[in-house]
Design a protein. Sequence first.
Length: 273
Amino acid sequence: MMDHLANTEINSQRIAAVENCFGASGQPLALPGRVLLGEGILTKECRKKPKPRIFFLFNDILVYGSIILNKRKYNSQHIIPLEDVTLEMLPDTLQMKNRWMIKTSKKSFVVSAASLTERKEWISHLEECIKHLLSKTGRQPCREPAAPWIPDKATDICMRCTHTKFSTLTRRHHCRKCGFVVCADCSRQRFLMPRLSPKPLRVCNLCYRQLLAEKKKEAEADRRQTEPIPSAMQGYEPSSGDDSDKSDDEKAEQWPADTEFYTSQVSWSSFHS
């Protein structure tokens, strides 16, 4: 079906219509071989509260944005290569039904559909496109997806120290490594994670120590690989001692991960057949 629609006039018109809805704020979407397969509205879990977002599924990318006027104007365009996408089914909660998580190496987030049937359609189309792309490129699925941010309303206290209470004066922050909601004292450190950003990002104290330990191990492994092998010399005995730093690992506070705080009442448009 994708190959059949790739060079048709109707496909070109549909893609042009999506570009026009995003206007000058969006990127060009028309490419040779690109096909618009379907569109619809999903409820996306955002930091402050759940919000409806328009989603467009192409055969190689997933595009979503904020709704200004439905079917007429969108902004805040995001483009996700499907090769970088993995999916995780999530159970229903009292606040949210028909949930699943879209995971990528740069950003992961939870969405919900208006009905079970519509969720099945989205999942089926996404999995088919991802499988097709990976088979063409020979790439492996994303193995280290970014952690989703826990919503602000999920907790009134810091999820690391568990005693700092948030208020209008005490701000909430998010660790970019684990996604926990933390206070300023528990997230003063910054760490460079090139997979997420070219600039150092805020991380909680626990993740900072873990990242430092991982970096130290990688540096030690690189040093051993590049270290020249000493020649065999009579009377020479290499040192058998090794230096190691011992540190107590801090145990992460457990936090219930099944709490969600939004509902979905969203209309849908069907997939193109």
